[in-house]
Design a protein around this ligand. Sequence first.
Ligand code: AOF
Ligand code: ZN
Length: 407
Amino acid sequence: MFTHQDQLFLSAADSLLKLGGSAVRPNPKVGAVLVREAEIVAEGYHARYGGPHAEALALERAGELARGSTLYCTLEPCSFTAPDKHNEPCTAKIIRADVSRVVIGQLDPNSRVRGRGVEQLRRAGIEVEIAADEELSRSLWYQNARFNTAHALKRPFVRLKLAQSLDGKIATGQGDSKWITDAQARSEVHHLRSDHDAVLVGAGTVHADDPLLNVRLARKDDAVNSKQPKAVVLDALARTPLTSKLVQLRAEDLILCVADETALASLSYAESAAFHKRVDKLTAAGVHIRRVPAANKRQLSLIHVLDELYQLKIQSVMVEGGAQVITSFINAGLWDAMNLYIAPILIGGDGRGLGTLHTERISEAVQLERVETRSIGPQAVISGFRSGWFESVSRSVKEELHVYGTR
Ligand code: AOF
Ligand code: ZN
């Protein structure tokens, strides 16, 4: 049974989880406490990628006190060994330490764990409780949204970022968008970039803005992962200019998604030859080209784009525009969170906003949940998750799990 006391100690583990920062990427933030006779005897949290796991640290610190204790762990303990794994499975350590009971906040969607941690512990005679229905468990899924999305859905976590006017426009009728938000808000966007593995835009944005998509206005602590996010451009016809800043200055970090052969069937011989010539030149410039299925010569299949990025071990993507690209991600249901920067300006009716979202009734409108509202100077910042995100991510894990039946 999951008791009130369990709730309190799991919350303590959750507070420890919060001490882990971006440095754990692509691994999860995890917190753990060991409890004996209603008192915490040791704590641990995961601080950096590849470092010791939260529960392993707590066990090590507890020493002999671990025997007969209860371990509260925000994430199901890991249960596997692999060539790319850094630590001995925590299940082995827990069993060796003779812990009596383990309370888990969230099951691990990593397909190499997914309930095996629970099974191994139970087989060793340890009582295991999963806080499956609790609000706390739900909040744990959100706190490791990138890790959970990528492992559960086998595609990168997608955050949409929009900078808009009070009346919802992201550019003037002439296509000008520099700058809707002020320097302070843009510096926060760079900070947000530093927290994702890739920044994605459409070819139109490259033509209009010639962006670098890197982290330049960073804060000091952004250097933790010091790697710049990859730049991804959706460019079905490979029209990104060789003279663009992305090709000139960031070719190594640039992933250009272009249409595959089937989508180009409608091109004339000359158009097709010109396409291949552009691809060859971009490749020679050091750009990584990915051929992706497309509905037509304009629209790449976004699920295939995300699949390519997933294969490249990109766990999180920030989609920065333009409006068409963001609209396509929303219409495909392929997004997880959104950050909206709203500037105190009006652009008016001929300005550009999102495209059609097929919303006939307000009740059908795309909705955010877990909404946070802040301000940066004169701007409002609204962020939230896609309504139903938790259900879609946790469902895919539960479906594979037998452990739920035997709580
Ligand atoms: C972590 N920290 O506190 C826990 C993790 O390569 P390794 O040995 O660090 O293992 C990474 C996997 O272990 C990770 O994908 C997740 O499934 C599991 N649990 N990972 O980095 C932790 N408890
Ligand atoms: Zn572990």
